[in-house]
Design a protein around this ligand. Structure first.
Ligand code: NDP
Ligand code: GUE
Length: 284
């Protein structure tokens, strides 16, 4: 029987501790503050913003959401980041990726104060991760590691395939897996035969943004399959990078979409905002 890696359930469990942490901070007069900046109209980003807002409200985290037009200039965005860098009531800053073409994401990542980089994307935090000394870690890969651990899956010694090399998912995912003693392959659009690599992998993390890219034929019996994709089918339904209905009969464990990686991403974001607020409490 395949094991369902239920991110919604684990998130609900982790909410209990997070609520206690927020209550403890409140006694010190501190409300965790998160600034979210969304430029343009990326579909996955909009789902994320909506769910984040809901979750922050439930937990008592103050979230400020800036939705900027697709025409926003890089200078305007950098000014806004600077404003939040200096705002003492904001603990975490998250700029949604991807950004419109006129904005260089590298300039944005360099601008965010590493101490407020709740996504762990800034070069300092990414460098710490790849140095084996992680600090703030990208929420999606971190959520995946928690989900695996909570289900008794140890990746040490596994042959792991990460499909995708983005700043948000692929690269930090690979770093975390290496740190946890997996043997990692990172695939991308120039990879020769990603399906052949998939067939010999013990763990597949699919983060390429192609609906149902991984089918049952691509999966070794008993492999663990993690689906990061937030894709749309022609009928508009939300689905992932994995053909769940067929892959579930081959894999030993699998994440559903929705209800798998997505809720865990948000949980990690909330938790890291709380941790950054605890740092503020200690400094005050
Ligand atoms: N559930 C969650 O919490 C989250 C979900 N997402 C979703 O995950 C997916 C990936 O997101 P993100 O990393 O931001 O996406 P990007 O578009 O930034 O990156 C996609 C990566 O996949 C690679 N890729 C694309 N097509 C193929 C292919 N056919 N074979 C091999 N590699 C391929 C690309 O290669 P190359 O570099 O060569 O272009 C690229 O590295 C999206 O569906 C997104 O919506 C994202 C973040 C969080
Ligand atoms: N700087 C930055 N950091 C990110 O982490 C980031 C980003 N930019 N840009 C966009 C992507 C996308 N992303 C999602 C997270 C959760 C859900 C989520 O809540 N998913 C629910 C969907 C349920 C529903 O339909 O509402 C689920 O999978 O169950 C979706 C998408 C984070 N991203």
């Amino acid at each position: 029987m395949v094991k369902l890696l239920d991110g919604k359930k684990l998130s609900q469990k982790m909410n209990v501790q997070m609520k206690q942490d927020v209550a403890a901070l409140a006694t010190q007069g501190i409300i965790p503050g998160l600034a979210v900046i969304l430029v343009g109209d990326d579909a996955a980003s909009h789902i994320y913003v909506r769910n984040k807002k809901r979750r922050a409200e439930k937990l008592g985290i103050r979230s400020v959401i800036e939705e900027l037009p697709v025409t926003t200039t890089e200078t305007e965005l950098l000014q806004l980041i600077d404003q939040y860098n200096r705002d003492p009531e904001i603990d975490g800053i998250l700029v949604q990726l991807p950004l419109p073409a006129q904005i260089d994401p590298w300039h944005v990542l360099l601008a965010i104060d590493p101490h407020k980089d709740v996504d762990g994307f800034s070069p300092v935090n990414m460098g710490k991760l790849w140095s084996g000394r992680p600090d703030v870690i990208a929420c999606t890969p971190l959520g995946i590691m928690k989900l695996l651990a909570a289900n008794g899956i140890d990746v040490a010694g596994m042959d792991a395939l990460v499909i995708g090399r983005s700043t948000i998912v692929g690269r930090p995912m690979a770093g975390l897996l290496v740190n946890a003693d997996a043997t990692v392959t990172i695939a991308h659009t120039k990879t020769n035969d990603v399906k052949a690599i998939a067939r010999r992998s013990d763990l597949i993390v699919a983060a390429c943004g192609v609906a149902h890219f991984i089918t049952a034929d691509d999966v070794k019996p008993g492999a663990v399959v993690v689906d990061v994709g937030m894709d749309r089918l022609p009928d508009g339904k939300l689905t992932g990078d994995v053909d769940f209905e067929h892959v579930k009969d081959v894999a030993s464990a699998i994440t559903p979409v929705p209800g798998g990686v997505g809720p865990m991403t948000i949980t990690m974001l909330m938790n890291q905002t709380i941790q950054l607020a605890k740092g503020r409490a200690q400094r005050e």
